[in-house]
Design a protein around this ligand. Structure first.
Ligand SMILES: Nc1ncnc2c1ncn2[C@@H]1O[C@H](COP(=O)(O)OP(=O)(O)OP(=O)(O)O)[C@@H](O)[C@H]1O
Ligand SMILES: [Mg+2]
Length: 173
């Protein structure tokens, strides 16, 4: 399995589809699989589904590309890719989906703090200012990107995620 994970909006579904074309592998959209096959509950407080990630550990989809923000909880993997996106650009991508300000802010802050990258311990690939097909080629060539959003945005961090988002959007950091 090639695991493609990352903060929501970083480009997992788009890149997985391009990588599937280049490698002739199939794609498993893990969130769809989870909703169909596992016990999940919608948690209105977090505006998302809560999943027991232990149930993901032993999943095996052969040589498929498995994409989703929880995909790195699957233990067996040939390669783990963490897609990244500049937080300012990520905020725009998530706004285009009509998500609430709070949900956008939580995800943008998680991206700045490398939350998924730290959990997944994989190869970072930056999807900012490039195309899904270029990212897929980078994965095939095994060329990781150096990502350090803290360097650029640490002065934006505030205890309140929505405040952080506002500062990022107003170019105040
Ligand atoms: N280089 C890139 N790679 C991938 N996506 C990109 C890239 N540049 C721009 N995008 C855009 O980013 C947006 C988010 O992509 P996508 O839906 O694939 O993200 P995702 O990580 O699968 O999100 P989610 O976790 O919510 O499913 C899309 O509109 C996509 O076209
Ligand atoms: Mg997706």
């Amino acid at each position: 399995m090639i695991i493609i994970t990352g903060t929501p909006g970083t480009g997992k579904t788009s890149v997985a589809e391009e990588l599937a074309k280049l490698t002739k592998r199939s794609v498993v959209h893990l969130n769809d699989y989870i909703k169909k096959n596992l016990d999940v509950e919608y948690d209105p407080a977090y505006e998302s589904y809560s999943v027991d990630t232990k149930l993901l550990e032993d999943l095996d989809f052969g040589d498929a590309i498995v994409e989703g923000h929880l995909a790195h909880f699957i233990k067996r993997s040939e390669m783990t890719v963490v897609l990244r996106c500049d937080p300012r650009e990520l905020a725009k991508r998530l706004e285009n989906r009509g998500w609430s300000e709070r949900k956008i802010a939580e995800n943008v802050v998680a991206e700045i703090l490398d939350v998924i990258s730290a959990e997944a311990n994989g190869m970072d690939v930056d999807t900012t200012n490039t195309t899904p097909v270029e990212c897929a080629k980078k994965i095939m060539n095994g060329h990781p990107d150096e990502v350090d959003w803290m360097k650029k945005y640490s002065s934006c961090l505030s205890p309140n995620d929505v405040e952080t988002l506002k500062k990022i959007k107003s170019n105040k950091c």
